[in-house]
Design a protein around this ligand. Structure first.
Ligand code: NAD
Length: 298
């Protein structure tokens, strides 16, 4: 049986660890939060008292932590000194490309295999085991990474070498952030021009304005019943999370010398919406700000 150490059992990691246990793997889980650890135990994982204990006998180690500094610290101070060299290391947190490459370099220098494998899909997909994984790793390691990830995944794609998974994630989410604002501006303009939202949806979804933000995640309530716009923009992908990813994209663009003027504008607009109180709302709620309305409380 594969022994999996799972570090970071929050909104995403909790469901992902549970799916590892459901697949019959022996999961040793650790989180700084006692409540998160208790939930994981209820879902079939064993509790470790520290990262060191969780990883000490693992075949694979998965981390799902908030940001780059947490990942750097946990790998340097706890995982690399305590894990068996045979363990496959997989970080699924969304972090900056530079941190992902730095951790990969340290891990390889210490004799480990490492993959950055951020995810797309949110908490519902984490619970259902239907996340999309974007992987940066040595080509020779991909099959083993895919096998470890399988119980949590709908699709697993290799983006390239170390850091490429994180690059794919932030570039994808920059497209998403920009396209959502474009769709919201169009709905706000249509309204001012006396064009009904439902009619605009019907026409644009069959014309060249068609895109995922319009037809799968419509910010205007009604046309797409599963979209968060029909639930007062609750659940879904929080504005604060989108803002984090757009910041990562802008930091990466500045370091790489890439021109991303629309990414920068999108970051500024989501930062404004966040400051107005929209941080916990789904990111499609930015439609309300573009209509000139304050965010509605959750
Ligand atoms: P979260 O804050 O709910 O969970 C993070 C967990 O890490 C917390 O339970 C925290 O206690 C734990 N933690 C922090 N430092 C630790 C340490 N040193 N040792 C052990 N545990 C530690 O966050 P989340 O929503 O689960 O997101 C995790 C990652 O996934 C983030 O990088 C996020 O950007 C990314 N992500 C989130 C979503 C989403 O919809 N929530 C979607 C895609 C990607």
């Amino acid at each position: 049986m594969t022994r999996v150490a799972f570090i970071g059992l929050g909104n995403m990691g909790g469901g992902m660890a549970a799916n590892q246990a459901k697949a019959g793997r022996e999961v040793m889980a650790f989180d700084l939060s006692a409540a998160a650890l208790d939930k994981a135990t209820g879902a079939g994982c064993a509790q470790a008292v520290s990262v060191a204990e969780a990883v000490s006998n693992a075949d694979a180690i998965i981390t799902m932590l908030p940001a780059g500094p947490h990942v750097r610290q946990v790998y340097a101070e706890q995982i690399l000194p305590n894990a068996p060299k045979t363990a496959l290391l997989i970080d699924s947190s969304t972090i900056d490309v530079e941190s992902a490459r730095a951790v990969a370099t340290q891990a390889k220098a210490a004799g480990f295999r490492f993959a950055d494998a951020p995810v797309s899909g949110g908490t519902a997909a984490a619970d259902a085991g239907t996340l999309a994984f974007m992987v940066g790793c040595d080509e020779a390691d991909f099959a083993a990474v895919e096998d470890v990830i399988a119980p949590m995944s709908r699709v697993t794609m290799r983006a390239g070498d170390h850091g490429a998974g994180q690059a794919a994630k932030i570039c994808n989410n920059m497209v998403l952030g920009i396209s959502m604002i474009g769709v919201c501006e169009a709905f706000a303009l249509a309204e001012k021009l006396g064009l009904e939202g439902e009619r605009f949806f019907e026409i644009a979804s069959k014309s060249s304005g068609q895109c995922w933000s319009l037809t799968s995640y419509c910010p205007f309530p009604g046309p797409v019943p599963t979209a968060p716009s029909n639930r007062n923009y609750e659940g879904g992908f929080a504005t604060a999370m989108m803002l984090k990813d757009l910041k990562l994209a802008q930091e990466a663009a500045a370091k790489a010398g890439a021109a991303t003027p629309l990414g920068s504008t999108a970051e500024g607009l989501y930062a404004l919406f966040d400051r107005l109180g929209g941080g916990s709302k789904d990111f499609s709620a930015i439609l309300e700000m573009l209509r000139g309305n304050a965010p509605q409380p959750n």
